[in-house]
Write a protein that binds this ligand. Structure first.
Ligand code: PY5
Length: 305
């Protein structure tokens, strides 16, 4: 049983294993209880150099996720950053990539006492293009609410939290849509199944704040800075569901989604129904940033060799 995603080696606890040997036992605790943390990172190849986008921030978030659950991990940020680069070198990649560090609670008996279980660390990387095939997508507002910060530490990117996202995603797909927007328990706009959200109204970019229960997205933060520099006004504030239907533009932002315009919500056309001017502009600016063409933001890029 295997899947070919264009990679040869996976980093596992300090060693490289062949792709097909990167396996776990069925008694791996994380399979039973969702006790794993992960990251999604992109690397961009500009024909010359391979750059990892905001590596430091992603590794820091991974370690924060571990901390929020008290899982423990044998590696620090320097070691993990080096391991990520080594994985890309070992695989000999010369392409745009998706990198998936995964730290999971390993082998153990039945039960929830994970204190003595080893945290197994894997670094998986693969050539990767678009998360959404279409340039603009159609979404629903999910009937499921986003997990609240009173139920789980929502700032942690934990595998178990993603059953909530899968429910919303499946609801959308089964109804013929591409993805879902989740509201929080207060009924305010939270985020997509695996993306943050931004709206544009009268030229102003609006995005829900951390207090709405969103994941602290690295793409969201990066875009707020890039858009601010480009002269856009950005406001972090709670958004009513009804604002989704009256927005001039809506787009998802995230590592996998990058900037993905939303053309319809619940069957209602957003703005003109086409990719809007703000999303178009941000897409161009963001591509320049991630490809290393903007001096000011080269600090966000880690060259692999
Ligand atoms: N919100 C959620 C729930 C997410 O899963 C993600 C990232 C984001 C927001 C955006 O965060 P960032 O900009 O830091 O990536 N989701 C992952 C991704 O790689 C996994 C998606 C399946 O984009």
């Amino acid at each position: 049983m295997s899947i070919d995603l264009g990679a040869k080696y996976v980093w596992h606890n300090g060693e490289f294993v062949a792709w097909d040997d990167a396996r776990v036992h069925v008694m791996t605790n994380a399979l039973h209880y969702g006790t794993g943390v992960f990251e999604g990172i992109r690397a961009y190849y500009n024909g010359n150099q391979l750059y990892i986008f905001r590596l430091r921030e992603h590794v820091a978030r991974l370690l924060n996720s571990i901390k929020l659950y008290g899982f423990g991990i044998d590696y620090g940020s320097e070691e993990l950053s080096k391991a990520i680069k080594d994985t890309l070198i070992k695989n000999g990649f010369r392409a745009d990539l998706y990198i998936r560090p995964l730290a999971i609670k390993g082998l153990g008996p039945i039960g929830l006492d994970v204190r003595k279980l080893k945290t197994e660390v894997f670094i998986i990387a693969m050539p990767y293009g678009k998360y959404f095939e279409k340039e603009g997508i159609e979404v629903i507002v999910s009937s499921w609410r986003r997990l609240s910060g009173q139920t789980v530490p929502i700032l942690a990117k934990v595998t178990g939290h993603y059953v909530n996202s899968v429910l919303a995603k499946l609801e959308a797909l089964n109804r013929g849509f591409d993805d879902a927007i989740l509201l929080n328990e207060q009924g305010r706009v939270c985020e997509g199944s695996g993306e943050n959200i931004m709206a544009v109204k009268d030229g102003i970019i609006i995005t829900p704040p951390l207090s709405a229960g969103i994941l602290d997205g690295i793409t969201r933060r990066s875009l707020m800075e890039v858009a601010g520099d480009a002269g856009f006004r950005i406001v972090e504030r709670d958004m009513e569901r009804s604002e989704l239907y009256t927005a001039d533009e809506l787009f998802f932002v995230g590592t996998a989604a990058e900037i993905t315009p939303i053309l319809k919500v619940d069957g209602r056309t957003v703005g003109s129904g086409n990719v809007g001017p703000v999303a178009s502009k941000l897409k161009i600016l963001f591509t320049d940033v991630v490809k290393g063409r903007v001096d000011k933001y080269r600090k966000w890029l880690d060259p692999v060799w």
